[in-house]
Design a binder for this molecule. Structure first.
Ligand SMILES: *Cc1c(COP(=O)(O)O)cnc(C)c1O
Length: 376
């Protein structure tokens, strides 16, 4: 049987000619990196698209996260309240800044930080809250803001999944002290590798500029100790091209997700992990929770799909706090809901290259777990 493989994600790419046209001038200018013209243009266009006052482009989402945390100048050993139901980058960025992650549980309905459990974790060492808009599900922004205000904490959102998401009509990058986006190949919008920090305070712009460019301010002037986290012109060109098509890409994802929703309705034990209705989504992921009445475990369903060439992902499993590199250091945290989700979640394939019929194939396999039937 010759089956078409269905991957969980696939990078969006512009027409080849469009990309070539965009990079062609680089063969004359030879300005390949160091905040070139394409970098400047992309920074500007992204600021407009995301509807934010300030944006700093970065080499990837992880460095964006590391550097914005660094720019806040928290005392070494400060605590940052965050969640473990995320990509490992979120946790690493805290630890690599010499800070201590304090893991808060998430809400079972959408996987975002449980705002009611945050205050119980605040100590005199707490400096910040670092919540994640996981799968583009928006955190409880107002409640988090209130808590941060009461305790004098900074709020940095990991918005890596939330490109183009709006909350109550505002770009998602407008909340908290800063938000971090990822433009990695597998994300809704990509620059091959890339990322950005969005924020309100214009003073942060020059701070981030220093941090991403060795602190260099002139031929003979280094202002501070920075690293190298600049986006190059080839990546910026990819971004400029993909940005022209991202609306279509999101519309396509929306169509696929709607089809999943339609076909999965009434399959008992398969629950969608969708967040609030005040959100304009980007349909970057289609996570489901395999629970209760569904006859197979998440792991069994994952394997069954694999047999039919369908590559779903246990995204996010394990919790970041459980990874081998931490050698059990965070086992004390109370994370019942996060653990519940991590053991039952399955991200189903969704990307621009999928056909609506492919969604039908995925759901047919999921349904065959309930009532075995012959799949062609
Ligand atoms: C992708 C991702 C990152 C890191 O982004 P990169 O661009 O891959 O460095 C951080 N946090 C989350 C939740 C992500 O999914």
């Amino acid at each position: 049987m010759d089956i078409k493989e269905i991957f969980v994600a696939q990078p969006s790419m512009p027409p080849f000619e469009e990309y070539v046209e965009t990079v062609k001038p680089l063969w004359h200018s030879r300005w390949l990196t160091n905040m070139g013209i394409l970098h400047q243009e992309l920074e500007e266009q992204l600021g407009e698209y995301l509807d934010v006052p300030e944006l700093s482009l970065m080499v990837n989402g992880h460095m964006a996260l590391e550097l914005v945390i660094q720019a806040m100048d928290f005392p070494r050993g400060s605590e940052v309240i965050t969640t473990p139901f995320t990509f490992i980058s979120t946790t690493h960025a805290i630890i690599r800044n010499g800070l201590i992650p304090v893991f808060c549980d998430v809400k079972p309905e959408d996987g975002t930080i449980d705002e009611e459990k945050i205050e119980g974790l605040v100590t005199e060492k707490t400096a910040a809250i670092l919540p994640v808009h996981v799968y583009g599900n928006v955190c409880s922004i107002e409640a988090i803001e209130n808590i941060a205000h009461r305790h004098g904490l900074k709020v940095i959102y990991d918005a890596a999944h939330a490109f183009g998401v709006t909350y109550k009509g505002k770009g998602i990058g407008n909340f908290g002290d800063a938000s971090v986006f990822s433009f990695h190949a597998t994300k809704v919008f990509n620059t091959v590798e890339g990322g950005a920090v969005t924020f309100q305070d214009p003073a942060l712009h020059s701070r981030l500029y220093n941090l991403k460019n060795f602190g260099i301010r002139g031929e003979e002037l280094v202002e501070e100790v920075g690293t190298n986290a600049k986006m190059n012109e080839f990546c910026a060109a990819m971004g400029l091209c993909n940005l022209r098509h991202v609306g279509q890409a999101i519309a396509r994802r929306r169509e696929l997700c709607r089809e999943y929703e339609r076909l999965l309705e009434g399959v008992s034990g398969i629950r969608l992990l969708w967040g609030s209705s005040a959100v304009k989504r980007n349909y970057g992921y289609f996570p489901v929770i395999v629970q209760g009445e569904y006859p197979l475990s998440r792991n069994e369903l994952y394997k069954l799909l694999g047999k039919y060439g369908i590559h779903a992902r246990k995204y996010f499993y394990p919790l970041t706090s459980d990874h081998a590199c931490f050698a059990g250091r965070y086992q004390g945290a109370s994370l019942e809901c996060a653990r519940y989700l991590a053991e039952r979640v399955l991200a189903l394939p969704v990307h621009e290259g999928l056909e609506v019929e492919d969604v039908g194939r995925v759901v047919a396999v999921i349904r065959s777990g309930v009532c075995p039937l012959t799949l062609e």
